[in-house]
Design a binder for this molecule. Sequence first.
Ligand SMILES: Cc1cc2nc3c(=O)[nH]c(=O)nc-3n(C[C@H](O)[C@H](O)[C@H](O)COP(=O)(O)OP(=O)(O)OC[C@H]3O[C@@H](n4cnc5c(N)ncnc54)[C@H](O)[C@@H]3O)c2cc1C
Length: 221
Amino acid sequence: MAQSVKIKEIKHLTHDVLKIVLEKPKGLNFTPGQAVDFAINDPKWEKEWRSFTFTSLPEDNDIEFNIKTYPTRNGVTNELLSKKVGDEILIGDVYGDIAYKGEGIYIAGGAGYTPFAAILKDLQKKGKLGNNKFIFANKTVSDIALKEEFENLLGKNFINVLSDEKVEGYEYGFVTAEIIKKQIENHKYFYLCGPPPMMDAVGKHLTSLGIKDEFIVKEGF
Ligand SMILES: Cc1cc2nc3c(=O)[nH]c(=O)nc-3n(C[C@H](O)[C@H](O)[C@H](O)COP(=O)(O)OP(=O)(O)OC[C@H]3O[C@@H](n4cnc5c(N)ncnc54)[C@H](O)[C@@H]3O)c2cc1C
């Protein structure tokens, strides 16, 4: 059953991504990479359930989300832009297909980074970051959420691909098979999350590189 919890912190991480910290519902359990059903607890919005991924870890005292907002859609994420500390959110069932299987290459577009933020933070805490790599696709530098955090976490294993801006040291364009191939060493698993068109394109690149479906862990946003 859904539980209502209060917003403890709400702020912009980038021009369109909100970080929202909530009280942790009693008995809530999840694994890094999983998402939960989420609704705004007021009469106009309480039936509008959306999925958001935990960016906090299961053992943390609060739960945290990074939410990309779409003001033009007049949906839940636009409504969240006017929420304040103390406002209430309904948290429902936990689910999700993304979980850590072994060392690999993570590929995300836009808000698709959220399951990987949790998984990589968890691996760091356990001293098991190893040679995991993260290829992050965005339009411009100003769209890269948690840029410093990922840089500090992964160093040269954090690879940025920008479609709308040329920046030294960053790949330019969409994620290609060539960009992925350059990063593959002994990586067995490929983790993929983002908007469906990006997932389709990158899924085809992985197949063209000879990666079998059983080694691709993915979820569309
Ligand atoms: C398992 C899972 C985990 C997720 N985790 C996260 C996360 O951690 N962070 C995150 O930011 N997102 C995440 N998402 C995506 C997130 O759920 C959606 O972005 C969010 O539901 C959008 O809600 P919304 O109400 O603002 O807009 P929508 O529900 O997408 O749209 C509201 C209305 O706008 C119109 N509309 C829909 N699509 C478009 C479009 N492309 N252009 C114009 N108008 C449109 C329609 O009329 C629609 O009813 C996740 C999704 C899944 C499936």
